[in-house]
Design a protein around this ligand. Sequence first.
Ligand code: FUB
Ligand code: ZN
Length: 623
Amino acid sequence: MSSAAANSRTAVGVTRHGARKPLTSVPVVTGGLLQVWHERNRDTTLPHGIAMLEEYGNLENLRRLTGESDAGFRGLLFIDSDIYKTLEAAAWELGREDDQGLRAFFDTTVDLIERAQQEDGYLDSAYLHRDGHQPWTDFAQGHELYCLGHLIQAAIGAHRAIGDDRLLAVAESFVDHVVNRMGADDAVEYCGHPLIETALVELHRTTGAAAPLQLAEAFVRRRGAGFLGGVLFGAVYYQDEKPALEATTMRGHAVRALYLNQGITDLYLETRQPEMLDAMLTQWDDLVRRRMYVTGGTGARHEDESFGEAFELPPDRAYAETCAGVALFGWAWRMYLATGRADILDVAETALYNLVAAGISTAGDMFTYVNPLQVRDERPYGGKAPDARRRWFSCACCPPNLMRTFAALEQHIAAEREDGLDIALYASATVTALGATVEIDTAYPADGLVRIRVSGDAADGRRRLALRVPGWAAGATVTLHRNGTLADSAVEDGWILLEDALVDGTSLELQLPVTLSVVHPDPRIDAVRGTVALRRGPVVYCAVGDVDDVTIDAATHAQESTDARGPLGPRLELTAQRRTLPAGATLYAADSALELEDALLHLRPFAEFDGGEAMRVWLPTAR
Ligand code: FUB
Ligand code: ZN
């Protein structure tokens, strides 16, 4: 038996030759967590979301434009984007399996959009035929290009998943309008909320047209000129205080910052301009070393939904918007494609299995907007208990963003490398690439065993199979059989490299040590100094119930409880101590006055916290 121990990885000295390529054929999910999420998305979340688009007036706003409704405009300026995100999700789901209800929504809504679009290509229900709202008059807060970005992404989803190009025609006509209006060399415009950049690059990839790519680059390079005027929140909020490629920190509104970086990284992938990757690597380091929660949450501050200072990561006042988790996952995937770095995928899966997964209830019809790492018994934010999930929001950016993310997750399982194939995220799926078929079978992340079988031979000698070893997985082993023989393997920079493995008859077992580990925070995060978090593989756990005053011994081992086991892992129990002040004492007392009592903590994946009780990720340790 050949065994490869996973060891340290190098996050520095990254080669520029490590770039990866997305697969040309999308993997087919065959079971496991992604299947659970796909089914939930199709059967529950999307039907619920479609009902909400009626209830909250999104679709009625479009009918107002076609004359089918005389209702007044309802909602925030970017309300059309909820429709586009839902359409994108519906397209990916329909690509997997037809569904009458989804198909009817898709067809009628696309038809409505086609009829609502103006002769000149423009389309935005928040601006058309509304007194006091003229198109292209408010680039800072107006969101018109942001909405177009989501329209483009829906159109690309429909084109790729179901070969339906009606939305693509709408999107291209709107893009032509924008190119004509703001594509000239001396034009100055860009959007206060990035997203259009990454969408335009993807449009260029899809159609081959040059203008969208040039416009995306212009939007990135113009940023920092102060054009947005710092309206309402100041220039930093919009990442507009300096040129995007000169910035060294993550700052301002988190979702905006992360989408902007998705766009820049996409531009790098298409144009290979080194200064773009340099800027992204610098900002990536700033994010993961100084401004990211252990759950993959980003944007610590409620104030302006923004990044805080370095190490300003309070667990109870964490904003950590669900959309920021979606945006981080997307940026991380692009950074991996640009660099081939395994450690970047660790961040992608941290965001996915914790922050993104937490954004939605297990049943699939309730959502979070903010994702604190601690909720006290008394509720920290006052009357409205935002720690509990809700069925929708007046600012509903997060729920449909989750729908489109869950609908397209299988696109992140594997990627081509120069000499073969990477398995990037572990999921039960059939991957077809380079002429070979790779079947993966696993209950990851609940369990660390991954079984892989190859049939067919990879073409052009590209026979290396690379398996990602997460940073927490020291001691990972692989047993590789190739047509009856055992073969050698090596570990390099977080990848187990299996030579000549992409050939007919290869079978192997990767065992990742998915066990509970204790995570200590950087001491500079004052808000959680003296605490630890518990993580099982990539899944962060939280303690729920009566947890406001507990203390644990960091060396104590948690036991699996007899409770049901969810797709992210088992429920756990841990012995702890409760430390309370004597009755009648004020907030402060001598250590000797504290009363100690044994307690049993109930732990579950952070993503499975459904609100309604106290919760904490960071657990104070005994002195
Ligand atoms: O502005 C559109 C979306 O609304 C942002 O991405 C979210 O942060 C929320 O403010
Ligand atoms: Zn959101």
